[in-house]
Write a protein that binds this ligand. Structure first.
Ligand code: NAG
Ligand code: NAG
Length: 384
């Protein structure tokens, strides 16, 4: 039995009690502080994670680094469908992954005017650039230009040129080695980032157009086929370049050769950029004597898109002078009849399953000193 408390004691007890109460209040405060702190940090952390996820997601689809010139990045379709700055910090692996994305929807949520991507592969300068600028003039909105140079090469062109600011992040290439295929894939991948690009042409610094832009545009856009030269050498040579270690993934019967200068439609470009499996065989086994840039795309398309390929190139090369390399045409060689003979040389080819006398849209190789006589012929012969 507890003794009855006296007043003083009661007071004391009250005090003790109140101090105890104070203590427990403090404890509650401390505990709730801890709880609030923990909840806060938990929320903060999870928000941070969420925020980071948000950032990395936007970074994937709207990379801030990619569009440094665009100012503040907003989630607009415009930034997504057409990068306004070609420079970026993506590795090839990152770039190829991003470029090989395809929407499951067939229709576009914007007015898509199909464009032709002109992809120039050069070691450095483009001496025939004034000819191309004249070719493009007045057709803005229907084409894009991409330039792969040697890394570090500063491509100096006036702001008025269609080549201004059109250099893509480049790497060193070695003639006819797998690095050339890498450069081709890099050009394709960068061009794929623009969702309006529908056709992709690979060109060199020595290539020229032999028809005007409207003709070239219509020819390519209306074509049901891609133009990648592809033939079965059906000879000892073909057998020699084929490495049996590629079997059974790549069979000898699937092995094709063709000119490096291709023209392909978007779907095929996506597939080529996405492919790692077949590319790796060429990287491993297509070496000495085997030029990957002449075998990889023709063989790959033959395996998976044979029916979409016209199996011929639209880039003319002069083989009539003999030798292992196409002829180079200089100042003295440029005549009206040369260009006319490329535009229509009596050969009939197949265009959309019908016979056509227009078989070549571009031509190679032209040396820098051919520029002036070529410029003189544009209005009379090439009609631009
Ligand atoms: C191109 O060659 C493939 C075989 O790889 C063939 O199936 C296709 O029909 C050819 N294309 C045309 C337009 O003849
Ligand atoms: C190009 O045309 C100009 C003016 O008509 C002429 O002076 C020049 O000699 C021509 N150049 C060539 C290489 O034909």
């Amino acid at each position: 039995m507890r003794p009855r408390k006296k007043g003083g004691e009661e007071e004391e007890e009250l005090w003790v009690n109140s101090s105890r109460k104070d203590c427990s209040l403090k404890l509650i405060k401390i505990v709730s502080c801890i709880v609030v702190f923990m909840a806060g940090s938990f929320l903060g952390l999870s928000w941070g994670v969420h925020f980071n996820q948000h950032v990395s997601q936007t970074d994937i689809f709207f990379p801030t680094k990619l569009y440094t010139n665009c100012g503040k990045v907003t989630l607009s379709i415009k930034n997504f469908i057409e990068p306004c700055n070609l420079m970026h910090v993506m590795t090839d692996e990152e770039l190829f992954w991003r470029a090989s994305m395809v929407s499951k929807r067939k229709e576009y949520p914007f007015n898509r005017v199909p464009k032709v991507a002109f992809m120039f592969m050069t070691e450095g300068p483009l001496p025939l650039l004034p000819l191309w600028d004249r070719f493009f003039k007045g057709h803005e909105g229907f084409f894009t230009v991409y330039v792969h140079t040697y890394p570090g090469y500063t491509f100096e062109v006036p702001e008025t040129s269609f080549f201004y600011d059109r250099q893509i992040p480049s790497k060193k290439t070695k003639q006819a080695l797998i690095s050339t295929v890498d450069a081709e894939k890099r050009l394709l991948a960068n061009a794929l980032l623009d969702f309006s690009n529908e056709r992709f042409v690979l060109l060199s610094e020595s290539c020229i157009p032999v028809f005007n832009f409207p003709t070239v545009y219509k020819y390519l856009i209306d074509s049901a086929y891609s133009f990648v030269q592809s033939y079965d050498e059906n000879s000892n040579q073909g057998l020699r370049y084929y490495n049996s270690r590629m079997a059974p993934d790549i069979k000898l019967s699937q092995w094709r050769k063709g000119s490096r200068w291709f023209e392909i439609q978007r779907l095929l470009a996506v597939d080529i950029v996405a492919d790692k499996k077949y590319y790796s065989f060429f990287r491993k086994y297509c070496k000495t004597g085997c030029f990957p840039d002449e075998f990889y795309i023709p063989t790959y398309l033959n395996m998976f898109h044979g029916l979409s390929n016209a199996n011929r190139t639209v880039t003319w090369a002069g083989w009539s002078r003999g030798g292992h390399h196409p002829a180079t045409y200089g100042r003295e060689d440029i005549t009206e009849s040369l260009i006319q003979s490329i535009r229509n040389n009596g050969i009939i080819c197949t265009y959309n399953s019908k016979p056509s006398s227009v078989c070549f849209l571009f031509a190679m190789k032209f040396s820098p000193d051919a520029l002036e006589p070529l410029l003189n012929l544009t209005s009379t012969v090439m009609k631009f």
